[in-house]
Write a protein that binds this ligand. Structure first.
Ligand code: SF4
Ligand code: SF4
Length: 397
């Protein structure tokens, strides 16, 4: 794709990188075929190719900010388009650059909700307090918020053992509050197999939420703090393990995020290199598992942050099948469920449409359980599913 950045604009490293990404797009449109939002609206500007054109115009200072913002806000950042693109266009990174230029602020109700989310969600203590407070008054709150209030609110935990083998398990901000069973169950599984589990009590948000909201400065502040906390553990643990694929994909991206930071580049790269999704770790471990419910039919939903962001997904299917589960056929497995970080709250109508489509696909094979790998997908799907939705780790014995 041709670009018209001036030499002065290209002096900005972000613009230079955007230019490089834009030039790799041959505007073939293959990506539109797998874009969930394009499939919903049929609008070229709600597909990756149209958004790439909008971002090019916007970044060269010739675009319409309101229109670009509207269509970028409707993008899930699911990165299905990256998986499909034959030219290797780094769409997610381009969207991140454009969102940073747009900034996190919005007018009216959306702006207020975005500020509340950014203040509450990345801080588990605040999130726990707000959820406990909101629960009795949930009937007063708008539906996009009430559907995200979990039945029980969990607390963080720290497990420390002195075994020969040891991993560091990321707590995750939302996961430790909404679905604490996931990490508890994994800890039991690993301890039984001689692997000690530690957590970092001072762990902070990985930065994913603020990146989604276009507040890169806040995201990098969180990420720096996390690097300071996690780096000292690297020599004493085999790996940093993430059970929430939305956090894992961000921590694995720390090397790219800090590549130009002389103070943090080396440590960020080391933390990223040591981070694995739990499915990678278990797949490499050679451990054998059995099903917690023998011969049960399970529908597997691979979160976008796992299948597109980390290019994983088949690992989980193999582990569940080896354990004895029967995996049902799920049509269009590449499509997002609509959770997508804060998307289910900020773009509730489209998120619900995507969830209904996803649940139709997941439940078509008549499963007894739905399994997934990210707290956001789990909560979002569970709010509309008549079938229990679990993190896949909970299904292993
Ligand atoms: S598939 Fe890739 S190269 Fe083709 S339009 Fe989409 S982003 Fe551009
Ligand atoms: S990230 Fe997802 S929603 Fe956004 S343009 Fe790509 S495929 Fe479409």
């Amino acid at each position: 794709m041709q670009t018209d950045f001036t030499a002065e604009q290209r002096l900005n490293p972000k613009i230079a990188r955007a230019d490089e990404i834009l030039r790799s797009c041959v505007h073939c449109g293959f990506c539109n075929a797998t874009c969930p939002t394009y499939q919903l609206t049929g609008d070229e500007l709600d597909g990756p190719r149209g958004r790439i054109y909008l971002m090019r115009e916007f970044l060269t200072d010739a675009g319409n900010t309101v229109r670009t913002t509207q269509h970028l806000d409707r993008c899930l950042t699911c990165r299905a388009c990256e998986t499909t693109c034959p030219s290797g266009v780094a769409y997610g990174e381009l969207a991140e650059i454009a969102r940073e230029q747009i900034g996190p602020d919005r007018q009216g109700y959306a702006g207020i909700i975005r500020r509340i989310l950014a203040w509450v969600v990345p801080r588990p203590d605040r999130l726990r307090f707000v959820l406990r407070l909101a629960k009795p008054f949930s009937w007063l709150l708008p539906a996009p918020i009430t559907k995200n209030i979990p039945a029980t609110v969990g607390s963080s935990f720290v497990v420390s053992t002195h075994k020969h083998r040891k991993i560091l398990l990321l707590n995750g901000c939302v996961q430790q509050v909404n679905t604490p069973l996931t990490n508890r169950h994994l800890t039991t599984l690993l301890e039984k197999r001689g692997v000690g589990v530690v957590t970092e009590a001072q762990e902070v948000c990985c930065g994913a939420l603020d990146l989604h909201l276009g507040d890169n400065r806040a995201a990098l502040k969180f990420a720096r703090e996390n690097i300071d906390r996690l780096y000292p553990h690297l020599d004493s643990v085999e790996a940093i393990i993430s059970t929430a694929s939305g956090c894992g994909v961000t921590v694995k991206d720390y090397e790219r995020l800090f590549v130009d930071d002389p103070l943090y580049a080396r440590r960020a790269a080391a933390v990223a290199a040591k981070t694995l999704d739990v499915s990678e770790f278990l797949g490499q471990s050679g451990f054998e598992f059995s099903a917690s419910k023998v011969d049960k039919k399970v529908a597997w939903h691979a979160p976008c942050t796992l299948q597109h962001g980390q290019q994983l997904g088949a690992h989980v299917e193999k582990i569940l099948a080896d354990a004895g589960y029967v995996l049902t056929f799920v049509a269009d497995p590449h499509l997002c469920c609509g959770s997508a970080g804060t998307y289910s709250i900020l773009q509730a109508r489209m998120a619900d449409q995507l969830r209904d489509q996803k649940l139709n696909a997941l439940l078509a094979g008549d499963p007894e359980l739905v399994a997934t790998a990210n707290v956001g997908c789990q909560s979002h799907l569970a709010a509309g599913s008549g079938v229990p939705v679990h993190h896949w780790i909970e299904l292993l014995e």
